[in-house]
Design a protein around this ligand. Structure first.
Ligand SMILES: C[S@@+](CC[C@H](N)C(=O)[O-])C[C@H]1O[C@@H](n2cnc3c(N)ncnc32)[C@H](O)[C@@H]1O
Length: 273
C-alpha cells in the first residue's frame, strides 16, 4: 500500500479523507493508465475535500477534477480550482443536467452515500456518457452485505451478478436481447467494482473462428477425463460416486431387511464398517 502512487497523493492532501488500507493498490491498478493525461475525473462524495486534492495530485494538472455532493457547502472547493456540482446521485434528473453540462467522462469514482439505489442509479445514469476506454468504479461495495443500505435481496452486488450474466449473454446464440453492451467488462476487487468501457469489443459479434494453420486431426480428450462431469464437491471430498451410490443402495436394503431380519442387518453392517 505505502509504495503506491495513490497512497502518496493521499498523504499529500492538505485535507482529511477517509479510505481503507486495501484501496490504494486497487486505485493504482485501475487508474494508473490515466495519469498525466487530459482526462475528466468525477468523484461522487466530497465530505472534507481531502480526496479532491488527492486526485489532483495523483492525475496531474491536466486532469479535470469534478466533485459531486448533496451538501451545498462543498461548493467552497470551487475556489481551489475544482468543478463542484451539488445534487443527489439518486436523482436521475440531476444526472441528466450534469452530463449535459460536463460532457463525456473518462473516470467515475462513486464514494457517495453507498446505498444500493444510489450506486445503481449512478452507474445506470452515467454509463451512456462515458468515453470509450473509460471506467466507472463503485467504492465501498461491502455495503451490499450490511444492513441499512437498502433491500439486500437486490443489493448493488446482486445487480453486478446479474450483469455478469448479461456480459456472457453476448456469447454466440445466447439471449441477445439480454446481452450487456454498454460496458465490456466488470471487475471485482475487495470493496470495489469496476465497469470498463470498450465499445468496439462490446458490440463485436461472437462467433466461432479458426485460423489457417494445418491440422493433425488430434482427438479432443475433454470427455476422456473421468472427472469432467463430476460435481466439484465430490472431487474435493475425494469420494468415489460409484461407491457412494452402492453404499446408499446397501443402506436402503439394510433398512428394508431390518424389519424382518435383524441378524442379517447386523452382519451386513459389520461388513460395511
Ligand atoms: C464517504 S464521504 C466521501 C469521502 C471523500 N470521497 C473522501 O475520500 O474524503 C460520502 C459523501 O457523500 C455525500 N453523499 C451522501 N449521499 C449523497 C447523495 N445522495 N448524493 C450525493 N452525495 C451524497 C455525503 O454528503 C458525503 O460528503
Amino acid at each position: 500500500m505505502k509504495k503506491t502512487a495513490s497512497y502518496k497523493s493521499y498523504m499529500n492532501s492538505p485535507y482529511v479523507s477517509y479510505k481503507h488500507t486495501t484501496y490504494f493498490d486497487s486505485y493504482d491498478y485501475f487508474f494508473d493508465a490515466y495519469r498525466d493525461k487530459d482526462i475528466t475525473f468525477v468523484e461522487i462524495g466530497i465530505l472534507d475535500g481531502g480526496s479532491l486534492f488527492m486526485w489532483r495530485d495523483y492525475f496531474g494538472s491536466n486532469a479535470r477534477i469534478i466533485g459531486v455532493d448533496l451538501n451545498p457547502e462543498a461548493k467552497k472547493w470551487e475556489k481551489e480550482g475544482f468543478e463542484i456540482y451539488i445534487g443527489s446521485q439518486s436523482d436521475k434528473n440531476f444526472w441528466e443536467e450534469f452530463v449535459n453540462d460536463v460532457g463525456e467522462i473518462d473516470i467515475v469514482l462513486d464514494d457517495g452515500g453507498h446505498t444500493y439505489s444510489q450506486q445503481i442509479i449512478t452507474t445506470e445514469s452515467l454509463l451512456p456518457h462515458m468515453k470509450d476506454g473509460g471506467l466507472i468504479v463503485v467504492e465501498d461495495t461491502h455495503t451490499s452485505y450490511m444492513k441499512g443500505f437498502g433491500d439486500v435481496s437486490f443489493s448493488f452486488i446482486e445487480y453486478v451478478k446479474e450483469h455478469i450474466d448479461k456480459v456472457n449473454m453476448r456469447f454466440g446464440n445466447f439471449e441477445k436481447d439480454k446481452a450487456e453492451r454498454r460496458f465490456w467488462s466488470v471487475e471485482v476487487v475487495e470493496s470495489m467494482v469496476a465497469f470498463k468501457i470498450n465499445r468496439a469489443a462490446s458490440v463485436l459479434k461472437s462467433e466461432p473462428i479458426y485460423n489457417i494453420g494445418s491440422t493433425i486431426s488430434a482427438k479432443d480428450f475433454r470427455f476422456v477425463d473421468a472427472n469432467a462431469l463430476m460435481p466439484v464437491e465430490q472431487i474435493f471430498n475425494n469420494k468415489n460416486p460409484k461407491i457412494e451410490i452402492a453404499l446408499e443402495q446397501l443402506e436402503n436394503v439394510l433398512a428394508n431387511i431390518k424389519i424382518n431380519n435383524p441378524d442379517i442387518t447386523k452382519r451386513l453392517k459389520n461388513i460395511l464398517d
